[in-house]
Design a protein around this ligand. Structure first.
Ligand SMILES: Cc1cc2nc3c(=O)[nH]c(=O)nc-3n(C[C@H](O)[C@H](O)[C@H](O)COP(=O)(O)O)c2cc1C
Length: 363
């Protein structure tokens, strides 16, 4: 679908404001999710070949997952596997339902294949998402691939009460997903990233693990703007708080140089930047985390993955699983299959039988 999407579908979608186009696509996928016939038809076109990964005690049919933020309301849970994803991360979900920041709040920098967003965790709240997930479970349409949930802090909750806020969300969602990601790295909730500070993060993880009893894998998502020293401090919590893995990375507040005046205008917007310009920094963070932990802490690599080369770069830097968001917007729904197929080719060339054999081999 690469060519038809870029030449036919994308121009129509890109005529709309970025958030409207997103809502339109999600509405379509949400409707498709209700209908077994359409869902299976989507699967016929877009399903990806098998490249199994076993991690966190879970079986991933392939390593390419849907990144957080695409399906904040769990609207299209059954379709993500039909679009070839090896897992999905729903949310960000907060304890209190909240509208997010005023629109416009999502912008495309087309020349660089990037997005700037300041959505601000617009979501229906943990209890409503729990209800939606229960509906999907009861409908018999729950996907076979692992499903994760991204947890954020409600805007109205003061930073000092953050642990209770995250724990409340976790309590109502615990039995409805396979893994959880503690998101303390979004640039769009005031001061949220201060929760990456070791003491604050420790408190959040302690509150969650108390409810969890170490049952579900709990991961932490980090910002690409953290120094290596700050990342190392987070790593000190891995053993005491039983962190199952790190998701690296969220969007960046930094901006690339550009000569494109339209892109420059977009970069002047406040928010987090994703897509191609994030690729290199996100890979650097993955490489650092892998080296520091000697490969003992699984990493989900995310940031600017558009093709199999980008995906391979992240894997050999130390990522065991991957996620995409922005390339889905620019390349369309065929991108997952393309990446997985390309990875299988590269594995053959490397003489590897299991993805684990190549993780971190460039370090
Ligand atoms: C519009 C938008 C909303 C996002 N919302 C979330 C979110 O709620 N929680 C989160 O952890 N990351 C969120 N992200 C970040 C993505 O999950 C991902 O980390 C980032 O976009 C980098 O990957 P990419 O370059 O493939 O897009 C969002 C990204 C975008 C573009």
């Amino acid at each position: 679908m690469g060519w038809p999407y870029r030449k036919l579908v994308r121009p129509l979608l890109f005529k709309r404001d970025a958030e409207r186009a997103h809502n339109f696509a999600l509405k379509f996928l949400g409707r498709a999710s209700q209908d077994a016939f359409i869902c299976n038809a989507i699967g016929q076109f877009f399903s990806a070949p098998e490249l199994p990964v076993e991690l966190f005690g879970l079986n991933f049919p392939n390593p390419v997952g849907l990144a957080a933020g695409m399906d904040k309301h769990a609207a299209a849970v059954p379709t993500w596997e039909k679009l070839g994803f090896g897992f999905s991360e729903l949310g960000g979900v907060t304890w209190h339902a909240q509208p997010g920041n005023p629109a416009p709040r999502m912008f495309r920098a087309v020349a660089d294949e990037a997005i700037v967003n300041r959505m601000g965790f617009n979501n229906s709240g943990a209890e409503a998402v729990a209800q939606k997930l229960t509906e999907w479970k009861n409908s018999g349409r729950w996907p076979e691939h692992p499903v994760g949930i991204n947890l954020g802090k409600s805007k109205i909750t003061p930073l000092e009460d953050a642990a209770g806020d995250y724990a409340n969300s976790f309590r109502v969602l615990r039995d409805l997903a396979d893994l959880f990601v503690v998101n303390v790295s979004s640039p769009n909730t005031p001061n949220l990233r201060q929760l990456q500070d070791k003491a604050a993060l420790n408190e959040i993880l302690a509150a969650i693990q108390e409810l969890n009893g170490n049952q579900k894998p709990i991961l932490v998502k980090v910002a690409p703007d953290l120094s290596f020293e700050a990342l190392d401090e987070i790593l000190e919590l891995v053993a005491p708080r039983n962190i199952a893995g790190i998701v690296a990375t969220n969007t960046t507040i930094s901006r690339p140089q550009t000569n494109d005046s339209v892109a420059q205008q977009i970069y002047n917007e406040t928010g987090g930047l994703s897509g191609r310009p994030l690729r290199q920094r996100s890979t650097e963070i993955i490489r650092h985390l892998h080296k520091q932990t000697k490969g003992r802490v699984p990493i989900i690599g995310v940031g600017g993955i558009f093709d199999a080369d980008d995906a391979w770069e992240k894997i050999v830097a130390g990522a065991s699983l991957l996620q995409i968001y922005t390339s889905l917007v620019y390349e369309g729904p065929g991108v997952t299959r393309q990446i997985v197929s390309g990875l299988i080719e590269r594995m053959k060339i490397a003489g590897a039988h299991n993805l684990k054999e190549v993780v971190g081999t460039a370090n």
